[in-house]
Each structure stands twice: as structure tokens, then as C-alpha cells.
Design a protein. Structure first.
Length: 308
């Protein structure tokens, strides 16, 4: 029996589960082994996808196609889509075609007692923030391992914002989460897309030298607005200089991600983040370390540059 250490990664703009195929197998070999995800005995784990018709949900579907670990058995969406075959319910916007083995799956409502989710051990949530919080709670109460792309639970005291290559040790908080909430399942979230890339680059510098302040400017894709996104009149030949809430997410999430998990609680990293945001998924980042940085004599800053 093999214990799967992590199942998350960074893909595209905001998707949570990024490793596919052989990459997934190699990542498992390198990753931190953890009991909180689940034991893997060679058979594929049954999973469900919530918000399957939305932009994030569609991305989940493409990532899960022919996955060596996961077998999609349940799809959840709004009551408007429930009862329809996935092929009929979705307005498909991805570059690749709808996965053939998922076209005929009948969509259910996003409730844990729906027959489609009975055998699902893992739930991938691509739900909109408006609905995600309460629905994800219900699935965790029903004993499901919920991996969420939504922001709702990111700053909960006992929910990790997981980037496997940065803070896999934060999985240790799961037992405290189960105990605190008296639930058999659990919730793990990803980070805001900008925070993810920034945290990967800052990790080795923070570990070796400490961080005093970070200044970052992001240019984010309009896909972040979801579908149908911004009006062409608003975005054509234009740069939108502000996306509400982005600066706050980058500061609070990065401090939690780069912090420590001690005795069932998080201790945030101590540094200041200041950011500006506009319209594509590029980043300009500068940081001040607490200790002197010797670029040509240290592998740590070079590691950070390579990771970005």
C-alpha cells in the first residue's frame, strides 16, 4: 500500500490540481508522504467535481481525463444543470474537447447525499465563492476530502492553503481541523493564483535569510473574472488597473503559506507585502531580506529565480 503525499499543483490561472499522468507519479515519489490524503493501493480513487460546468470546473475535467489516480464518478452543478448529461449541461470553453468518458455522466445537485457522490472519497470544488463555503462544509461533514479552489476557507484557522513544494508540512493541521469541527472529512484550499507563484519564489529566500518586505506588481488575465468575463467595451485596448481584493489576498495568504504549523495552529510569517494589480498573469517582484543576500555565493536566491 502506497500513501499519496499530495495531489495539488499550479496549472493555468487558478486551478488547484495540476499534475497529470507520469508527472503525477514522479511527484508522488518526491513528495512528502502524508496520511491525511488517503492510502493508494493501485486502484483509482473515486472522485467528484463540484461546479463542473463553470470555468474552473471545466479545467478540473480536462486535468482529470485519463488520470492514473482518479476516476470521476460524480459531477455537481446548479439545479438548472442537474439531471442533464454533462455534454448537454455545459457550455464548453476549453481548448481541448470535452473528455469522452465524462460526456454521458448525469449532473447532480451539489449535495453530499446525492447518489453520484456516495462512493466519492475526494471532492474537487470549482464552485463560485458565492456558494462554495457552506456546500464544501457539508461535504466535509459527510466524510469527504474536499480540495477547494474557492477563497471561502483559505483563512480559516485550521484550513491549510497548500502549495506542496512550499508548505507540505501544513497538512499536519488536518487532524486539528477534524477535531475542532467534529467532522470525519476535511477541507484543503489552494492559494490565489498570484500568491502561488510569488510564494514558490520567496520560499528559499525566506527560509535562509528571512523576509522583511515584498513589493509585487501583477498583470492578470481577464479569465480571472470568470465567464462571461468583462465586456469587450471595458477591456478592448484597455488595462484595468485594479482588481478588488487582490492586494489583501496576496498579503494574508502569503504570510500563512510561508508561516509554520505548530501544535495544531498556524503562525504567520513576519514580513510586509505591498502589491498593485492590473491585467495579465505576469509578475514583477522585489523583496528585502532580513539578512545579507549574496547572489553569487548562495544557491538559495538562485533557486528562487529558477522556481519563478
Amino acid at each position: 500500500m502506497v500513501e499519496v503525499g499530495f495531489v495539488t499543483g499550479v496549472v493555468g490561472r487558478s486551478s488547484l490540481f495540476g499534475f497529470t499522468g507520469r508527472k503525477n507519479e514522479r511527484a508522488a515519489q518526491r513528495g512528502v508522504r502524508s496520511r491525511v490524503v488517503m492510502a493508494y493501493d493501485g486502484s483509482r480513487v473515486k472522485v467528484g467535481v463540484l461546479g463542473c460546468t463553470g470555468s474552473v470546473g471545466q479545467r478540473f475535467m480536462t486535468l482529470l481525463e485519463d488520470h492514473p489516480w482518479f476516476d470521476v464518478v460524480g459531477l455537481g452543478a446548479s439545479p438548472r444543470s442537474a439531471g442533464k448529461k454533462y455534454n448537454d449541461a455545459v457550455s464548453w470553453k476549453q481548448a481541448s474537447a470535452i473528455p469522452e468518458n465524462m460526456k454521458e455522466i448525469v449532473v447532480s445537485e451539489c449535495v453530499p447525499d446525492a447518489p453520484a457522490f456516495k462512493d466519492a472519497k475526494i471532492i474537487f470544488s470549482g464552485l463560485d465563492n458565492t456558494f462554495a463555503g457552506d456546500i464544501e462544509d457539508e461535504f466535509a461533514k459527510a466524510g469527504k476530502a474536499v480540495f477547494s479552489n474557492a477563497k471561502n476557507h483559505r483563512m480559516d484557522d485550521d484550513v491549510p492553503i497548500l502549495i506542496p513544494t512550499v508548505n507540505a508540512s501544513h497538512l499536519g493541521i488536518i487532524e486539528a481541523q477534524r477535531k475542532n469541527k467534529n467532522i470525519p472529512g476535511f477541507i484543503i484550499t489552494n492559494a490565489n493564483c498570484s500568491t502561488t507563484a510569488m510564494s514558490i519564489g520567496l520560499k528559499p529566500i525566506h527560509e535562509k535569510f528571512g523576509l522583511e518586505k515584498v513589493i509585487v506588481s501583477t498583470m492578470q488575465a481577464i479569465s480571472g473574472a470568470g465567464y462571461p468575463g468583462l465586456s469587450s467595451m471595458d477591456i478592448f485596448d484597455n488595462v484595468v488597473p485594479h482588481i478588488g481584493g487582490e492586494e489583501g489576498k496576496m498579503e494574508t495568504e502569503a504570510k500563512k503559506i510561508l508561516g509554520t504549523c505548530v501544535d495544531g495552529s498556524f503562525q504567520d510569517a513576519d514580513f510586509m507585502v505591498r502589491g498593485t494589480s492590473s491585467n495579465w498573469t505576469d509578475k514583477w517582484l522585489s523583496c528585502a531580506a532580513k539578512a545579507p543576500l549574496f547572489l553569487f555565493n548562495s544557491r538559495y536566491p538562485r533557486c528562487a529565480i529558477e522556481s519563478m
